[in-house]
Design a protein around this ligand. Structure first.
Ligand code: C5P
Length: 290
């Protein structure tokens, strides 16, 4: 057991997301690039008699019950790692928008596993926690590593890549969320070979903002726009406001725009204010949860 501490759990975007095909288990085979970005939830671990969980500054509708991925991650950790229930209190401060395609819930789950491993001094580390993370969701294993990574399988098989240079992005989140299963089920995803995601590995360390804009791809974008046409308008608005390129992140509905530099990102953000969209200027990160 340890004293109290706080972990920052970053969001992600997917500069490349390729859907290769549908699998017999109902999931889709993917080849995708994950990139951690500087927008964070915070998880604070403090001593407690029993397990406790609360959400500070709750953005409805997020429940602090068993349906929350933090609680699911803690239950899995107690069952498979600690092999008993643990006395610890977790407070989650939510800043990453929900159902946004930014991986907030998945990052919280990974931070819970890493935080409990540290709190109870169980010494599993990211590599050994990987299978537990994969049980919690396809995006969770990425967040054990952070930085830039290639995901294969249903997205849970992670190969860390050399970090990208710092590039500034503008994240635009329409007020409504989008359900990931609905996007996959829509029948509108574009199927591709995986070449773009694999090709990204060699390019990543040398990409500047212009280079990144030229390689953006998301096979789920047609599906997301089909379900929420507003996404197409957001993408267009980002380009008109000065983004070098723009793409839906994950299954949406957040669209990220690539900016030339930090001040350009702030300008783009300012131009998009007043339309009821959530706006964030963020740098790409070489790190993950810490
Ligand atoms: O793994 P995760 O819980 O994030 O997946 C949520 C849903 O998204 C799945 O139930 C499935 O409908 C869809 N999905 C998929 N193929 C993937 C990842 C997710 O079809 N590779």
């Amino acid at each position: 057991m340890s004293a109290s501490f706080t972990l920052r759990a970053p969001a992600k975007v997917n500069p490349v997301l390729e859907v290769l095909g549908k699998r017999p288990d109902g999931f889709h085979e993917l080849a995708l690039i994950f990139q951690a970005v500087g927008l964070y939830d915070e998880l604070t671990f403090t001593p407690g008699q029993t397990f406790g969980f609360e959400i500070a500054g709750v953005p409805a509708p997020l429940a602090a019950d068993d349906s929350n991925l933090v609680v699911k991650a803690a239950q899995l950790f107690f069952r498979d790692v600690l092999k008993r229930d643990g006395g610890v209190h977790i407070q989650l401060e939510k800043r990453i928008p929900l159902a946004a395609g930014l991986g907030g819930g998945s990052s919280d789950a990974a931070a819970t596993l890493l935080g409990l491993d540290r709190y109870f001094d169980t010494g599993w580390g990211a590599a050994k926690l990987q299978p537990l993370a994969a049980q919690l969701g396809s995006d969770v294993p990425f967040f054990l590593h952070g930085g830039t990574a290639l995901g294969t399988g249903r997205g849970e098989k992670i190969t860390s890549l050399a970090p990208m240079r710092e590039i500034w992005l503008v994240l635009v989140k329409p007020s409504e969320g989008l359900s990931t299963p609905a996007v996959y089920r829509s029948g509108k995803a574009a199927f591709t070979s995986g070449e773009k995601a694999r090709g990204f590995q060699a390019l990543a360390p040398n990409l500047d903002a212009t280079g990144l804009s030229q390689v953006l791809f998301n096979g789920l974008e047609p599906a997301a726009i089909h379900l929420m046409p507003l996404i197409g308008e957001v993408r267009q608005a980002l380009l008109e406001a000065g983004a070098l390129g723009a793409m839906v992140s994950g299954s949406g509905p957040t669209v990220f725009g690539v900016a030339k530099d930090r001040s350009s990102a702030e300008n783009i953000r300012a131009r998009l204010e007043g339309r009821g969209w959530g706006l964030f200027t963020v740098p790409t990160l070489a790190s993950g949860i810490e």
